[in-house]
Structures are given as C-alpha cells and as structure tokens.
Design a binder for this molecule. Structure first.
Ligand SMILES: O=C(O)CCC(=O)C(=O)O
Length: 383
C-alpha cells in the first residue's frame, strides 16, 4: 500500500506543508482569501481576534447574566423565575460517542452514546462545573452539547450576544449556516475522532479547546470500523450508569483510534493501529477565547478542552453545507480501497477480522449525511 502512503506524503507536501501547526491569521480574512487559500484547498486555519467584539466574550463569563437570560419567563428577577430547559449529555467519564467495552462481552467494543437529560439551565451549569471539580458526589460528567442546531432553539435567548453567522465565511461559502451549536463542557469532556460533512467555523468563547486534526486522505490511519450502538442510561435513584446495546442491533462506523491511550493500554493500541501511531503526526492546535478554527469538511478531528476559572469551556460552532464535489468523490473512492490487514501488525485473528469493514465515521447527528450527497438536517433527498 505504498501508493496510499505516498498520498499522505503528497497532500502534506503540496497543500498542508510539513509543519505540524495550523496556520494562524491575525484577523478575519477577506472572503476571497478564505475561499481561495483555505476552503478550496481544504486546509484548516485559526483566525485570531475574530470574535473579540461579541458581547458573549465578556457577558458569558457572568453566571447571573446567563441564568437571567435563559430564564423561562420574561421576568428580570432571576430568583423568582425558572430556568429554561436545556439538553445535557451525561456519561460516567466524559467520553460520549466513544468506543467502550461491550456490556455483554467486555473483550470487544461498542459505540456508546450519552444519557441525554433535559434540565433547567442553572442546574446544568452547576453539574458541568461540579463534575469538573472532581467532586465524588457527582458520579457523572455533564456536557451541554446537543448538536441539532441547539443554539438557535434551546439557547435562542443568547442570540444577541454573538453573530448569527460568520459574515466573511457566509460570503465565501455562498450560504448561511445550516446549524449553530453551543458546547459547554469541562476538562473531562472529550470528543473522539470522527469527521463531519460540513465546513465548520468553531468559535471559542471561554476556556480553550485542543484539536488533533487529520486530512481526509489519512482515512486508513483512523481504522474506521463498524461497532454496535449502545446507550448509557443514568439512574437518579442509584446514581449509577448502565450501558445497553441497541435492539435491534445497529452498527455505527467509527474511528478506532484513541490518540491518548492509558499507559497500560499504550503498547496494545500502538500495535493495533500502527498507521496512526507510526505515521505522520496529526496537526495539533489550541483555540482560545476570541479565536475561530476553520475545520474543513471531512477532516478527522479529536477534541479536548481546558476550562476557564469557573471550570467550564464554552464554544459555539457554525456548520455550513459542504460542496459534494470531486473531493467527496475522491474520498469515497479512497474509502473503497482496503488497506491489507497483514499490515496491521500485532493484532490477533479475531481483531483483524473485526477490522475489515470500512465506513464513514460521521457524527451521529450527521448520519444522514454519511452516505449521501445532500444537506445536513434539512432532510432533502440526495441529488
Ligand atoms: O467541541 C467538541 O467537543 C467537539 C466539536 C466537534 O466535533 C465539531 O464541532 O464537529
């Protein structure tokens, strides 16, 4: 498979450069430059000083302001009003939409989704901050991250604090965002490697987000395989999680690589996924408050976060429709090529067998987009 390895090399030489850093711009680019140098080249960049003028950068550091804005009634007296309900993802360890041991056979893995609970916004904030302080009384990690355009629905009261779209990106891409999502997490929340069929403008409001990025051409290094879907169920009574496999069985194609295995697992993971661990390093970047990461469509990404002084990281992202053009067709072609399993050194027969299906590894909310050629949440038919 020297040809595929050559492809990884050429993409880096011709388009990305050999630096493991993402290019940083000192301010918003013109729409033309953004389109020419980044979108058309499918190349990420970080834009500093991009959102410092947004009221959110200062006002969202004030819990009383946030709670008042998201109160369920028009009253200005936060003490007498109920908070609006928001969706919060609960997991035992901060890893939602991640691969964990199967409940019925811990020697193999399943794809676990979080327990989603609707709760008053003020309680959500407390849970997110408390689970970040390592409190033993909170047996869960809370991450507000409903990816269904939640900012324009659950959090619409906060819309005056940010721009409804990113003007230079909107002009370059020729459309308004398809979805706008809010993410409020803590230092334990992480998002496993996956890709999305969107152009992503990811703006950090407070705290820091740490991304690992790999271009779509590195597909085989992600070992995308099918895993049975499972769901965490959290019991308020016992304070414990159970993990239930979906019935009937539904398989989800997902990236097998965990870039930060525990010490005890490291050797095994490296031998199972050598193309990732021994290949070119992913681009690594930290996005700070006031900055926007342009995360190009179909790039694989893994995300961790460092919280602000209140124990939280807040971000908002704008998903714009991608063009289903020749790049998408090339990616599908690449996906149809199997990397011979004999190159997967160190894996057992059973593991090698389970490493043979290719898939797409889109975020579940994007699933309708994974095998298609159409629009995100709009439900339009494929052309
Ligand atoms: O912030 C995160 O945890 C994940 C972000 C992400 O995956 C996305 O914007 O597509």
């Amino acid at each position: 498979m020297a040809a595929i390895e050559k492809l990884w090399e050429e993409v880096r030489e011709l388009s990305l450069g050999t630096s493991s850093r993402v290019e940083r711009l000192e301010g918003p680019p013109s729409p033309l430059r953004f389109l020419r140098d980044f979108v058309s080249a499918n190349r990420p960049c970080i834009i500093s000083n991009a959102t410092l003028h947004w009221p959110a950068i200062t006002s969202w550091t004030d819990d009383a302001y946030l709670t008042r804005a998201l109160s369920a009634s028009d009253s200005t007296d936060a003490s007498t009003t109920a908070s609006a309900l928001v969706s919060v993802h609960l997991t035992p360890d901060g890893r939602a939409d991640a691969l964990v041991p199967r409940p019925d056979d811990p020697s193999s893995l399943c794809f676990a989704s979080a327990h989603v609970e609707r709760m008053p916004f003020d309680l959500a904030l407390k849970h997110i901050s408390n689970s970040s302080s390592g409190s033993i009384s909170k047996p869960f990690v809370a991450y507000a991250q409903q990816q269904n355009d939640c900012f324009r629905s659950e959090y619409s009261a906060l819309s005056p604090d940010v721009e409804s779209h990113i003007p230079w990106a909107t002009e370059a891409l020729g459309c308004f965002p398809e979805a706008v999502n809010l993410w409020i997490g803590n230092h334990l929340s992480e998002t496993s490697f996956h890709k999305d069929h969107y152009e992503n403008l990811y703006a950090v409001i407070s705290g820091e987000k740490h991304f690992l990025l790999l271009p779509p051409t590195d597909l085989h290094r992600m070992y995308v395989r099918e895993y049975p879907a499972a769901q965490y169920i959290y019991s308020q009574d016992t304070g414990e999680f159970t993990l239930e496999l979906e019935k009937p069985v539904r398989n989800v194609p997902w990236c097998s690589v965990n870039p930060y295995p525990s010490l005890s697992n490291e050797e095994r993971e490296i031998s199972l996924y050598p193309l990732y661990f021994n290949g070119p390093k992913p681009l690594e970047c930290t996005v700070k408050a006031g900055e926007i990461l342009y995360l190009p469509s179909m790039w694989f990404h893994y995300v961790r976060q460092s919280p602000d002084s209140r124990g939280r990281t807040v971000a908002i992202n704008y998903w714009y429709d991608m063009q289903f053009d020749i790049k998408y067709a090339y990616f599908n072609f690449l996906q149809s090529i199997h990397y011979p399993s004999s190159n997967i050194s160190g894996s057992s027969e059973k593991e090698r067998d389970s490493l043979q299906s290719d898939g797409s590894a889109c975020h579940p909310i994007n699933e309708s987009n994974c095998n298609i050629n159409g629009k995100g949440n709009s439900g339009e038919e494929s052309p």
